[in-house]
Design a protein around this ligand. Structure first.
Ligand SMILES: C[S@@+](CC[C@H](N)C(=O)[O-])C[C@H]1O[C@@H](n2cnc3c(N)ncnc32)[C@H](O)[C@@H]1O
Length: 251
């Protein structure tokens, strides 16, 4: 049974995560100066954030890597349409197998610390270790990473598709970054409103598809996916799991 065509998430959201326009602009400012900077975004999705970094600094260049070829094709089309293609290299592939051509002034790993694979308990440490290797001395690292806003209950943990110890408190996350040699330049977190906007959009394509295809042989499968996402959100992470945006300075 082939999977049905569901419209891609980028048709319903601007960024692939709980991120408002206002916060995106502020995060880009936190990475400045960006004149002549080379910016690497790993697990970039359709690279909207990276495109905005390049728009904010006309002399910056970028590399974005994501294994989702549809997202990368969308990123390329947007880069072409916005006149950014000559400053951007997009790679459709696995970050764990990718090698950089040059070191970066800025590395971005936003909601994507899983791109090196392996044990989920090591994902945050992997991101900090690998970003250090990719950065020039004094470079900046934008890490968008999960943390526990409050301690999850046993009932929430039973629903969630992740182990409790994959994440820390916000203070614990910043301490870990410092243990890896970074210094914190700025810390903020996604608001509940940003989460709700993102999560509402997340389920939309499935609901649209279900409405348009009520008698499809795939309806049960798509409904199950939508139900699972809603359970994770409302019985699991809403107002409990946060997403931190840390701007970090490498030594
Ligand atoms: C939550 S999304 C974040 C996307 C983007 N950073 C953003 O903020 O819009 C995580 C991304 O990581 C990508 N990804 C996951 N594992 C990967 C891997 N091993 N190599 C490359 N990309 C990967 C997914 O395809 C997805 O686009």
């Amino acid at each position: 049974m082939t999977s049905p065509e569901i419209s891609p998430l980028y048709e319903d959201v601007t960024f692939h995560g709980p991120l408002s326009e206002v916060r995106a602009a502020r995060l880009i400012r936190s990475l400045m100066p960006l004149d002549g900077a080379h910016v690497i975004d790993l697990g970039c999705g359709w690279a909207e954030f990276l495109l905005r970094v390049l728009e904010a600094s006309p002399t910056a260049t970028g590399t974005g890597v994501d294994r989702n070829a549809t997202d990368i094709a969308h990123a390329q089309a947007n880069a072409d349409a916005r006149g950014l293609a000559d400053r951007l290299r997009l790679v459709a592939g696995d970050v764990a197998e990718w090698q950089p051509d040059e070191l970066a002034d800025v590395v971005i790993v936003n909601g994507a610390s899983q791109v090196w694979g392996g044990d989920p308990l090591q994902h945050t440490e992997n991101a900090l270790t690998e970003a250090r290797k990719l950065l020039k001395p004094g470079g900046r690292f934008l890490l968008g990473e999960g943390f526990w806003e409050r301690e999850p209950t046993e009932a929430q943990l039973a629903v969630l598709p992740l182990p409790r110890d994959q994440y820390r408190s916000l203070a614990g996350l910043v301490d870990l970054a410092h243990e890896h040699g970074f210094r914190l330049l700025a810390a903020e977190q996604a608001s509940l409103d940003e989460w709700d906007v993102f999560e509402n959009a997340h389920g939309l394509a499935w609901e649209r598809w279900l409405r348009a295809n009520p008698d499809s042989e795939h309806a049960a499968e798509i409904r199950a996916k939508a139900d699972r996402q809603r359970r994770w959100r409302l019985h699991g992470w809403r107002a409990t799991m946060g997403l931190a945006y840390l701007t970090l300075q490498a030594p």
